[in-house]
Every structure is written in C-alpha cells, then in structure tokens.
Design a protein around this ligand. Sequence first.
Ligand code: BTN
Length: 324
Amino acid sequence: MTKQKLLNLLEHRKGEILSGPELSQELNVSRNSIWKAINALRKEDHDIISVKNKGYYLKEDSDGLSKSDILRHLGSLADQYHIIILDEIPSTNTYLKDQEDLPHNTLVLTKVQTSGRGRRGRSFYSLDEGGIYMSLLKSKDLEKYDLDLATMASALALSQVTDKVLKVESKVKWVNDLFINQKKAAGILTEGTMELESGTLSRLIIGMGINVNTKSFPEELIPIATSFFLETKRMHQRNEIIAKLLIELENYLLMTKENPSELLKQYKAKMLYLGEEVHVHRGKEHFAGILRDLDEKGHLLIKTADELLVLSSGEISIKKREDL
Ligand code: BTN
C-alpha cells in the first residue's frame, strides 16, 4: 500500500525533490518503509532519482506502466475502468478470452507478451518493454456500437491519439494497422465471444500493440516496423497515451452507431492506398486490383481487370507491393 501511495505522490509532483522526512510524514510511515517502497518501485521501472542530502524525485520522462497514473490521466472517467498490469503473459487478448468473470471495461496490460497475436494467425512482436500491449473488454451495452465497424473505430482512435501526441500524420492500413512514414507502428486485433442461444456478440475484446519507446527491432522487422521513439527521437509517456486511447476509443465506438458516415469519412481520409493499385491476399490466392472505396459496412471495393469485388476484413489482407 505504501508503495502505491508513494507512487501517487511522486507522480503528482513529478520532477520535484521530496525529502525522506517529508515523504514519511506525508504517508505516515517510517523512513525505512519509504526506502523499501522506493526500491520496489525502481524494480518496476519507475525512474526514481536520489539526490544526496535532499531527497527523491520521479524523473519527468519516467515511463513505468502505472495504474494510478493512467487513472489520473482519465480524470472523471477513472471509475469506469478496471486496470490490471502484469509482467509477462502469452497474450492480453487471450488473457481476457480465458477469464470469463472479469467486469466490463477491464483493461489488461503487460510489459511483455510471449505469444502476441495479429490478424490472420500472424504473430505480433511484443518483447520490447517500451511497447504498449493492451486489451480492453467490453461486455455491457454492446448494442450501442455497430460491431462491424469496431476495428475501424479502434484504428481511427489510435491514429488520432498518435497524431496529437507525436504531432505527425499517421495513416491506417485497412483495416487494423497504424503506419507512420510507410512503416507499421501499431496493430489492432478485435475479437468477440458469441452468445450461443441468441447468436449475438456478448463480449468484445479490443487488443492493441503499439511500439512506443521501442528503440530497436529484430533484423527482419527493421525495414517494415517503426516506433513512436524512432519517429520523434524522444520518449513518450505510455500511461498518458493509454488514458487518451481509452477516451477516444469510447468516442469512436459510439460513433459507429451514432454517426457511421462521419466515421467512414474520417477513416477514408487517413487510409493508405485509396485509389492505388494493391495486392490482395485471400487464403492462398492473391491478385492485383485498384482500391476504389469502402462501402457503408467498411468493406473494401476492389476493381480487378474483370470485376468489382466487395471484400471483408476477415478473409483478406492488402499490400502495396508484392514483396512486402
Ligand atoms: C496485427 O498486427 O495484425 C494486430 C496486432 C495486435 C497486437 C495486440 S498486442 C495486445 C493484444 N494481444 C495480442 O495477442 N494481440 C493484440
């Protein structure tokens, strides 16, 4: 408990030196307890600096994942979310799928995923501790959303937050990838659980993997992957980004029902390859066509040499060049 209270205090007064006696008086615990809590927080990647004969402070760019910091950034919306932070699990999406009794709006985060999953059975690189690997569970009032558009809404929320935080113009590659300067910086995997009797979706899981403070990638990913750090040459605050994402996610999910045409308009404005030739992969088959448009359900309209195809996200992926 002391550890959490101390972190709250240091976060509120980030960058300010607080003396040992001041901390122990403020939290009403011994100096020894403060010292132990500081060591425990350092082990959790919080960058706490000791200044000889003066005290301690949390560095401005300290970027440890912290529940209290995320809640602080959520402000008045904080009581709507349940946040779980773990050290290492196979996949945050799988974690939520496997635990059936977790409440609506549970957000699970992990420092590392050992089997991060992407669309169409692909893996997602999740070993760098500077990334955000998170999944949000929605299990109440799903009728407020058009679930066909949920992945697009999530991609748009992610892209808008990225643009605001990084001051860049990110793009979305249909349907779920975030690109900055032609390289992938994040991916989204939305999954659902069906209610057998009614045939309706009872749980929606929105998983996001974002390369935030990742400084390098394995050799094979270097030509195609990037991170917020590599694009801006500075560290970013993951807790703040996560809170902003939760807020925008809800806004854009509501837009799927309340104003889908505006959602599609905004999505198209950010979409890569619109009007260009793309290569479509459908199972083992692949073919070229012009990416003409999106229909009102967010399906792709692809004009091949012979016909106009309407393609949904479950079955295909698109690439700009055959070799990517
Ligand atoms: C893709 O690239 O096709 C989507 C990648 C989605 C990765 C995120 S990381 C958090 C969540 N857990 C997973 O296993 N996958 C998603």
